[in-house]
Design a binder for this molecule. Structure first.
Ligand code: HEM
Length: 433
C-alpha cells in the first residue's frame, strides 16, 4: 500500500524548495563578530583595518559583514554589490555620514540634513568644472608667496614641506583671503591643532567627544577659526587630503627617474629653464603637461581612501544575501583599485595608463573611485587636481629636488581619507639656475 501519494511528495518537495530559497534569500552575509559583546571584532579590525578587509574577502567571499562597536558594516567588493552601493534608492549617503559629521564638526543632525543638499550644490557651483580655471591665478600667486619663504635651498621632511605650502593656500582660497594666520606663533599653533585634529579624526568620528579631551580642544580651536566660513566639514579636512596626495605624487615622481626627467623637460619647454621667475600658469599650459595630471591620478589610485559609506534604509539583495536595513554599506576604493580587471599590474605606478581616460570630457578610468561616485562624488575633485598640479609645476620649476630617504610605505591604520605615510622622508631642494 502506498503511504504517501506522488502528488503529495511533489507538493512537499516544492514547498521545501520554496522554503530553502526563501531562507537563502533572507540570509544575511557572513558576519565576523569576534567574541566580545558590543566591541565585536573591534580589536582585530582596529589593528590594521585595510588588511582585515582584504583577508575577510578572501575567506568569506565578495560580501561580508563586520560587527564593530555596536555597528554592522557590510562590505561589498564586486560588481553586483558595487552597483547596489552606487545606484540603489534604498541606500543613503546623508544618513551614513551624519553621525561622524556631528562628532567631528558639532553640526546637529537636523541642521545637517536640512542644509546638506544646498551646500553640496553651492560647492559644486563654486569649484566645479565651469568656474574652475578662475582659481589658477590666485592659486599660483598664493603658492609663489609660500615658495618664497622656503628660500633658495634646503632640506625638509616631505610631509612638512607640502603642508607648509598647501595649508595656507587652501585656507585662504577656500575660506577667505587672510584667514590663515600670518604671525609665526599663530601659524605654529594652527599646524599643531590641525595635526592633532587630523590624527584623532578617525577615533573622533566614532567616539563621544568626552573620551578624547586633547582632540576635542583642537577641534574647538579650529571650529572657532572657521566659525563663519564652514561650507562643509569635509572642505577643511580636504586641505589634508590634498597635501597627502601632493606628498605621494612628489614621492612617486622623484623615485621614478624617467618620469621625473620627462616632467622637468615638459615644464622647461612650457615655462623656460630658469627657476627664478614668478611664472603664471594658464589653462593652456596645464593642458600641455598631461603627464603631471596622470601622475596625480595614478597616485590617487594607489593611495585611495580606504572606504566610502552609505546607510541601508530598506533591506537590499546582493548576490544570495539580504543586507538588512540599518547596516552601513562599505566600499573600499583602495581595494577596488587593486582589481587587475580594471587596473592590470595594479601595484605598479604606471601614469601612462591614464592616457586612455577621457580627461578632456572630465571622465576618469573605469573602476576609479578615489573621489567616490554618483550624486555625492567629491565636489572638490577638480579643484584638488588643479591645486596639486600647479603646486607640483611650481616646485619642479623653481627647484631641483631629490629624496634623501626611500619613499615610506603607507600606514596600515587608516580607513578614512587617503592613505598616510608610515614614516618620514626628507626632500632636498636647490633653486634651479
Ligand atoms: C585629493 C583630494 C580629495 C580626495 C581624495 C577626496 C575624496 C572624497 C571622497 C571619497 C568623498 C566621498 C564621496 C562618496 O561617498 O561617494 C568626498 C566627499 C567630499 N569632498 Fe572630497 N576629496 C578630496 C578633496 C576635496 C576638496 C579639495 C574639497 C573642497 C574644496 C572636497 C570637498 C568634499 C565635500 C564637501 C564632500 C562631501 C560631499 C557631500 O557632502 O555631498 N574634497 N571627497
Amino acid at each position: 500500500m502506498e503511504l504517501i501519494s506522488p502528488t503529495v511528495i511533489i507538493i512537499l518537495g516544492f514547498l521545501a524548495l520554496l522554503l530553502f530559497f526563501q531562507r537563502k534569500n533572507l540570509r544575511g552575509p557572513p558576519c565576523i563578530r569576534g567574541w566580545i559583546p558590543w566591541i565585536g571584532a573591534g580589536f582585530e579590525f582596529g589593528k590594521a583595518p585595510l588588511e582585515f578587509i582584504e583577508k575577510a574577502r578572501i575567506k568569506y567571499g565578495p560580501v561580508f559583514t563586520v560587527f564593530v562597536m555596536g555597528t554592522r558594516m557590510t562590505f561589498v567588493t564586486e560588481e553586483e554589490g558595487i552597483n547596489v552601493f552606487l545606484k540603489s534608492k534604498e541606500v543613503n549617503f546623508e544618513l551614513a555620514v551624519q553621525k561622524p559629521v556631528y562628532r567631528t564638526a558639532s553640526i546637529p543632525k537636523n541642521t545637517f540634513l536640512t542644509l546638506h543638499e544646498k551646500l553640496n550644490v553651492t560647492i559644486k557651483g563654486k569649484i566645479g568644472t565651469v568656474n574652475l580655471y578662475q582659481f589658477t591665478g590666485q592659486l599660483t600667486e598664493e603658492l609663489h608667496e609660500q615658495l618664497e619663504k622656503l628660500g633658495t635651498h634646503g632640506t625638509m621632511e616631505l610631509s612638512n614641506f607640502v603642508r607648509h605650502l598647501l595649508y595656507p593656500v587652501s585656507v585662504n582660497i577656500l575660506f577667505q583671503k587672510g584667514l590663515f594666520p600670518t604671525n609665526e606663533r599663530k601659524i605654529r599653533e594652527f599646524h599643531q591643532h590641525f595635526q592633532a585634529y587630523d590624527e584623532g579624526f578617525e577615533y573622533g568620528s566614532q567616539m563621544p567627544e568626552c573620551l578624547l579631551s586633547h582632540w576635542s580642544k583642537s577641534k574647538k580651536w579650529l571650529l572657532a577659526l572657521f566659525e563663519k566660513n564652514i561650507p562643509d566639514i569635509k572642505t577643511y579636512r580636504s586641505a589634508k587630503d590634498n597635501s597627502v596626495v601632493t606628498f605621494w605624487t612628489l614621492g612617486f615622481v622623484l623615485s621614478h627617474p624617467s618620469v621625473h626627467k620627462t616632467i622637468v623637460e615638459g615644464i622647461s619647454s612650457v615655462f623656460g629653464t630658469a627657476g627664478k621667475d614668478k611664472i603664471k600658469v594658464s589653462e593652456d599650459d596645464l593642458k600641455k603637461l598631461p603627464l603631471i595630471r596622470w601622475c596625480i591620478l595614478e597616485t590617487l589610485r594607489l593611495r585611495a581612501p580606504g572606504i566610502i559609506t552609505r546607510k541601508v534604509m530598506k533591506p537590499v539583495q546582493i548576490l544570495n544575501y539580504t543586507v538588512p536595513s540599518g547596516d552601513l554599506l562599505m566600499l573600499s576604493p583602495f581595494w577596488l583599485h587593486r582589481n587587475p580587471k580594471y587596473f592590470p599590474e595594479p601595484e605598479v605606478f604606471k601614469p601612462e595608463r591614464w592616457k586612455k581616460a577621457n580627461l578632456e570630457k572630465n571622465a576618469f578610468l573605469d573602476g576609479f573611485m578615489a573621489f567616490g561616485s554618483g550624486k555625492y562624488q567629491c565636489p572638490g575633485r577638480w579643484f584638488a587636481l588643479l591645486q596639486i598640479q600647479i603646486c607640483i609645476i611650481l616646485i619642479l620649476y623653481k627647484y631641483d629636488c631629490s629624496l634623501l630617504d626611500p619613499l615610506p610605505k603607507q600606514s596600515s591604520l587608516h580607513l578614512v581619507g587617503v592613505q598616510q605615510p608610515e614614516g618620514q622622508c626628507h626632500i632636498e631642494f636647490k633653486q634651479r639656475k
